[in-house]
Design a protein around this ligand. Structure first.
Ligand SMILES: C[S@@+](CC[C@H](N)C(=O)[O-])C[C@H]1O[C@@H](n2cnc3c(N)ncnc32)[C@H](O)[C@@H]1O
Length: 425
């Protein structure tokens, strides 16, 4: 039985056992909402509402935690604390002050508030820091009234992150103010295998989204990243192949060192629900055991990485090591991608790359030859493969003299990008 089968069986059991449902919000980068929706549906959760930059969904607490631990796409997962209908800032203060904050926060715990607006709320409220301040005042005044004391703010390393989302309701009457508890702490996209040093690495959840948007079949296709940089696409592909939950390194820290590596592990609502705590601890141990086995089952000669820069290759090796990927699983080489192809490889497979594209690295002019010559190499040496290029620059894209069969939009931070697919016959 693989890890996913176990997970599905447990979630059936849970839905029978747990009566109450909670509301969760999973955030993700722009244009990745569709993939996030697929992931949520894959967890058997159907009560969902798609928003810009994330998805609201309802499920029981344990299923919400399982989703957080398994999502490759979400940046963060939040649990709803309060939903308020307000007309203005004053209303926000008055309603928020009456909320039962002591149910989620102790006087000794620190907190931080972040506010996000939709487009309409942005033009009305304008300043998100000022709105966060109002919510902070409501929270501390609530505590002061009851205990004559208040919890402190910590913007660096808070015990509890709170998110306030202000949106215009469908009937345009007033504002919906949703207050959420950040269940993650550190963002889920920080898998924990990366060290800084490369100029333009892909964020891990974006890299996972790119791999999932190709037609790579982990059971039979080779995976070749010809400009692998620090190896993010390779590592995310290997995690997908092994069905390894992307948060596994944080799970490892919890199991081996009892580190509270996810914020929810120290949150009151979680600790007080003993049945959720018990199931979660068991599930974290299951993930840990599964990973030990899954990494050992990976086979050699499926994953190939190449880069022209030795420093990046060294970082890539370090990341593979940090990610627990055994030696020999990725065949690394140091070549110019405009000439490189791994010897003795045979289709089927996916040959992918995220070449430099000017904004962050080399100048555009120096890249034109790279794009053109790379396209020629694909044509000549990768017959029968499916080629993918992830880039932002339209002009550079045109230098590749190959027919594009698919264009998938993405954002890399604020940079609009495309994943382009080429058939290499
Ligand atoms: C945008 S970065 C890739 C980042 C990578 N996806 C990651 O997450 O770390 C582009 C990479 O292309 C490599 N590169 C540039 N020109 C190359 C060439 N001619 N052959 C091979 N690699 C090249 C650079 O060294 C750099 O590591």
């Amino acid at each position: 039985m693989n890890f996913k089968d176990k997970r599905d069986n447990r979630s059936n059991r849970d839905s029978n056992e747990n009566k109450g449902l909670s509301t969760f919000f999973a955030s993700c980068p722009r244009e990745m909402e569709g993939l996030l929706e697929e992931e949520i549906l894959d967890h058997g959760i159907t009560n969902i509402e798609i928003k810009k930059g994330g998805i609201l969904f309802k499920t029981d607490d344990f299923s919400g935690i399982k989703f957080l631990l398994n999502s490759r796409i979400a940046s963060r997962v939040y649990k709803s604390f309060a939903f308020l209908k307000i007309k203005n800032e004053r209303d926000l203060y008055e309603s928020a002050k009456t909320q039962p904050w002591e149910k989620i926060l102790d006087l000794k715990q620190t907190f931080k508030i972040t506010t996000l607006f939709d487009m309409t709320a942005k033009s009305f409220f304008k300043n998100s820091i000022a709105v966060s301040q109002i919510l902070k005042d409501a929270l501390v005044d609530h505590f002061r009234d009851i205990y004559n004391e208040r919890p402190s703010v910590d913007t660096e390393n808070p015990d509890m992150g709170l998110l306030l989302r202000l949106e215009s309701p469908e009937n345009k009457n007033g504002w919906n103010a949703s207050i959420f508890i950040d269940m993650c702490g550190d963002a889920l996209s920080n898998r924990g295998y990366r060290k800084s040093g490369h100029q333009a690495p892909l964020r891990e959840n974006l890299a996972a989204a790119i791999v999932l948007s190709t037609d790579w079949n982990p059971e039979e296709d080779l995976f070749i990243d010809t400009m692998c940089g620090t190896g993010t696409l390779l590592i995310e592909a290997i995690l997908i192949k092994g069905n390894i939950p992307p948060a596994y390194l944080r799970v490892k820290r919890y199991i081996e060192r009892n580190e509270k590596s996810f914020a929810f592990l120290k949150q009151k609502w979680f600790l007080e629900k003993t049945y959720v705590t018990k199931d979660t601890k068991k599930y974290l141990q299951d993930i840990y055991n599964h990973c030990l086995e899954a990494f050992n089952k990976l086979e050699e000669f499926q994953f190939f990485g190449n880069d022209i820069d030795k420093k990046n290759l060294d970082l890539c090796e370090e990341h593979l090591f940090n990610a627990w990927i055994p030696d020999g699983i990725v065949t690394l080489s140091h070549n110019d991608a405009t000439r490189f192809y791994p010897e003795e490889i045979e289709a089927p497979g996916v040959v992918i790359c995220n070449p430099p594209y000017g904004e962050r690295m080399n100048s555009k002019e120096s890249l034109e030859d790279l794009y053109h010559n790379y396209g020629e190499n694909l044509k000549k040496n990768y017959k029968g493969f499916r080629g993918y290029i992830f880039t932002s620059d339209q002009e550079l894209r045109k230098k590749i003299a190959l027919q594009t069969s698919k264009r998938i939009p993405f954002y890399n931070g604020n940079i609009e990008c495309r994943l382009l697919r080429y058939e290499l016959r």
